[in-house]
Every structure is written in C-alpha cells, then in structure tokens.
Design a binder for this molecule. Structure first.
Ligand code: ZN
Length: 124
C-alpha cells in the first residue's frame, strides 16, 4: 500500500469534525444519514447524534480502474467500516504507507468530503 497525493491532501486539509449518525426518537435505532424515516419502526422524528468516529474494517477492495472523475485518485481503497454503534458504512480508506490493510483493522473517521464520500484512515 502507498498513499496517493490525493490521500495526503485529504489528511492535511481535513478539519476535525464528528461523524454524524441519525437516531430514531421512537426506537433509538441508529443509521447513516441522509434518512427521512426510521428503517426499524417507520418513525419520522430523527436526531443527529455524534458517533465515536472509530470503527473496524469489515471488508475492502482496491479500485484500480476508477469511475470517470476519480482517475487521478487511483489506485485507492474502498471498504466497509463497522462502527461500534452497530452501523456499517462504505468509506474511502487511507492506508499506512508500506502496510497492507487487514480485515478487522481499526479505522478512524477523517472527513465527509464535498461529494458526500466518507474518509477513514487506519488507526493502528
Ligand atoms: Zn425507529
């Protein structure tokens, strides 16, 4: 693994912010925004709550042939992150230079970019 210029830029320029989840007022279920209705009980009163921002990698894949518009960013890693809040999300993963990503690795939230993509970096 190596870091691309784009990944270094994200790490340099990201401002510290919270990873925000949606929480159902009726049943307490947590899920990823945007959400307009609870997928558990159908409740429509949802609150924003801050997640810890820590998670573990459930799976990942390396994108070598990216969609148009991301060509300059390849190769890059996309993975599914399992949060302790029992919510999974798909995110770009910034690896450590010189080390492979392993399933189960810890990952920390970096930012949600202007395209709505979540970015995490390996935390250990
Ligand atoms: Zn609910």
């Amino acid at each position: 693994m190596h870091r691309t210029h784009h990944e270094e830029k994200v790490l340099m320029e990201s401002k510290s912010s919270n990873l925000v989840l949606a929480k159902c007022n009726s049943c307490g279920k947590l899920f990823m925004p945007p959400a307009y209705m609870c997928s558990g009980c159908g409740g429509k009163e949802l609150d924003d709550v801050a997640a810890t921002g820590e998670g573990n990698i459930l799976s990942y894949t390396t994108i070598r042939v990216p969609p148009l518009g991301f060509v300059d960013q390849a190769p890059y890693e996309i993975g599914v992150i399992a949060l302790p809040e029992k919510v999974n999300l798909t995110a770009r993963i910034i690896a450590h230079a010189g080390r492979e990503i392993r399933i189960g690795d810890g990952a920390s939230f970096v930012e949600k970019d202007t395209t709505g993509a979540y970015w995490f970096k390996l935390s250990n």
